[in-house]
Design a protein around this ligand. Sequence first.
Ligand code: BGC
Length: 448
Amino acid sequence: MRKDFFFGVDTSAYQVEGAWNEDGKGESIWDRFCHDARDNKVYRNENADVACDQYHRYKEDIEHMGTIGVNAHRFSVSWARVIPSGTGKVNEAGLRYYHNFIDELIKQGIEPFLTMYHWDLPQALQDRGGWANPDMVGWWLEYATVLFREFGSKVKYWISYNEPCVFIMGGYGNIGFPPCMRNYKTALAAGHIAMKAHFESVKLLHKMVPGAKMGIALDMVPRVPATDKQEDIDIVPLANDTAFYWFYNVMAKGEYPERAVKEYEKRGYMFEITDYDRALFKNNPCDFIGINYYSTAAVSYNPEPVTDGFLHYNIVPRAEKLGGMEVDPDGLRNIIRKAAADTEGKIPIIVTENGCGSDCECLDENGELHDDYRIKYLQLHSQAVKDCVDEGIDVRGYFVWSYWDLFEWALGSSWRFGLIYVDYETQKRTPKDSWYWYKQYIKDNKVE
Ligand code: BGC
């Protein structure tokens, strides 16, 4: 592997930190959503008030991370810990926590990859409309200014958002994640506000922290035809453009995919794109393309829209699985190749997430966890990345989701993705077999 390759692991603030209201932290939309959840809208009505208790255990946790040999860790900052009401007063204790956290990473020789937003919007901003309010651009830049000023001397790699399709389409469109708006037109407009905020913050970062790099961790679930029927094949391009390629295209080519724009225009969903916006997107390319990849999704044509928005297809479950996950490493190969082609090889690519979840994992009688399915899954996907590097594509990193088991959003503690098992009662951490596998993999592939 190339010398500057990042072998990383991931987490996000809400999923690991706990301490949901300690030391001045404000409430986030996920705090509110889980606290209000009834009837198993969140698994067993759980919440991440404690999660992995990382707020109190970060030092031992990062020290332990030092022993696996990773040279990068992607984590996120909780906006509401840093600015409890989203705008205005800054919480010094929150800043101190992230300074300590980052310092600990650096001490272990681990490059911090800082995600600024992994879905946990301050509730106070949601009360003012959240991403659907055009003022979000200004609120975002205020938050960005604080982060760049505080951490710019320590953090070189920045990720503005984790998975815009999830928090925008999922939160404002058709999935039912907070704020559960369920209005596709609003979702598309909110997505445009988020894109504007992203590009303005790229400009700001380059001004405030010369040499720093910013991208987005894009959720990529490429659609593939479920059968070889012509109608299934024909639906794929539009199915992709109206879903995960919607934001990807903006990152890779500086514009929304034309086919989807036309479709949305027909349905009266489109929002205004000004000349200023067009120039902003075109003239400020991101510094890297982040790809979060788990699998492709097989689609079959449905003449009726399945939900609000454009969804003339059903997702068809496939048989082959490892753990609880469908497996298609070729999908990762293809999406990396596509990103390289779309950007004419000019923008580096980082696989910012890849991992294998399971909904039935526990320690055996010897206190061990033999997750050979996860090892197999990671072998297949890391090989796909390696193949792309060998083809000469500029891929700079591979991050495993997740380092520890953590709070899996609406699925709560029922799904586990970690290389390390966490007993949420005792907070005891136990490396799984996959932890030892990844440690060896890094040793064999890292060029010192
Ligand atoms: C998200 C993570 C999540 C993981 C597994 C990703 O899409 O970024 O927060 O835990 O998938 O579902």
